[in-house]
Design a protein around this ligand. Structure first.
Ligand code: ZN
Ligand code: FE
Ligand code: FE
Ligand code: ZN
Length: 271
């Protein structure tokens, strides 16, 4: 049983690349013994003109309202488990104001910040993996970590998702990453954001959670708060790999995860 653990990273069919009903996500969470959950659908592609928004990448602007009311309605229907209202928001430098305006009307429990784009390249999209060949992988990692640091420093996000997502398909630079890890962990600690230990990486070609053990440790050493997340895109992925993730978090030195309500956080013992 996954007692004490919360899963705050769950998608819905509205993003165009997830399956199952929202009820199935909730019922899986209850069956697996999660203490708390939250939905975090992909934010509409606010930084692009409407005709360039990919309907298989995120919910549309017109769906925001219904997404929020669906989560609030589920909260009434399943009093046995706290259901939080979250969103996974892309960090796109230069578009911070638009994101703030888009999120402003809704009662979020937390906002998850993600870097999925380098320029126009959605680098974690399986159909675009060929574009890794255009890069020196060391330079690509530098670019990615620079953006991830900016996302942290923006102060827009309560939680940063998959903070080394650039490794998703197994591309690894020759160079040592300890400087990049230290700089990112410093930025996150300075900004006061939490990070995810995401089991999604275990289901991807890289075969390793996000973040890598050394980056997780760098964050732990600086007192960065932690959540454990599945990034579920199917009901069966809710809470997936969480026992393993809890063991990893404890071995790394974390003693607590954090819970969110109304964009305020409180610690919860890990074990
Ligand atoms: Zn997704
Ligand atoms: Fe993501
Ligand atoms: Fe996600
Ligand atoms: Zn994600």
């Amino acid at each position: 049983m996954l007692n004490r653990l919360a899963d705050y990273h769950m998608h819905t069919v509205r993003c165009g690349h997830a399956v199952g009903t929202m009820e199935e996500y909730v019922e899986t969470a209850i069956a697996r013994g999660l203490a708390e959950i939250g939905f975090s659908e992909h934010v509409p592609m606010y930084w692009l003109p409407e005709e360039q928004r990919d309907p298989t990448g995120a919910m549309s602007m017109g769906e925001m309202e219904a997404y929020v009311s669906d989560v609030l309605r589920l909260r009434e229907r399943y009093p046995e488990i706290p259901i939080r209202l979250g969103i996974e928001a892309d960090f796109i430098p230069g578009h911070e104001e638009a994101l703030v305006r888009l999120l402003e009307p809704y009662p979020w429990d937390y906002v998850i910040g993600s870097v999925h784009f380098l320029g126009d390249w959605n680098f974690d999209h399986p159909d675009l993996v060929h574009r890794y060949a255009e890069w020196d992988i060391g330079e690509l990692y530098d670019r990615f970590f620079a953006l991830e640091r900016m996302a942290a420093e923006s102060g827009l996000f309560d939680i940063l998702a998959h903070i080394d997502l650039i490794k998703k398909f197994g591309h690894r630079p020759d160079k040592d990453l300890s400087q990049a890890y230290a700089a990112l962990a410093d930025a996150i600690a300075g900004a006061g954001a939490a990070i995810e230990l995401s089991t999604a990486g275990l289901r991807k070609p890289v075969g390793e959670p996000y973040p890598a053990p050394a980056l997780l440790k760098a964050c732990c050493d600086r007192g960065v708060p932690l959540v454990i997340s599945s990034d579920a895109h199917a009901p069966g992925e809710v809470g997936w790999g969480f026992e393993q993730a809890r063991d990893l978090a404890l071995r790394t030195g974390f003693t607590h995860t954090v819970r969110f309500e109304g964009r305020r956080r409180r610690p919860e013992p890990l074990a």
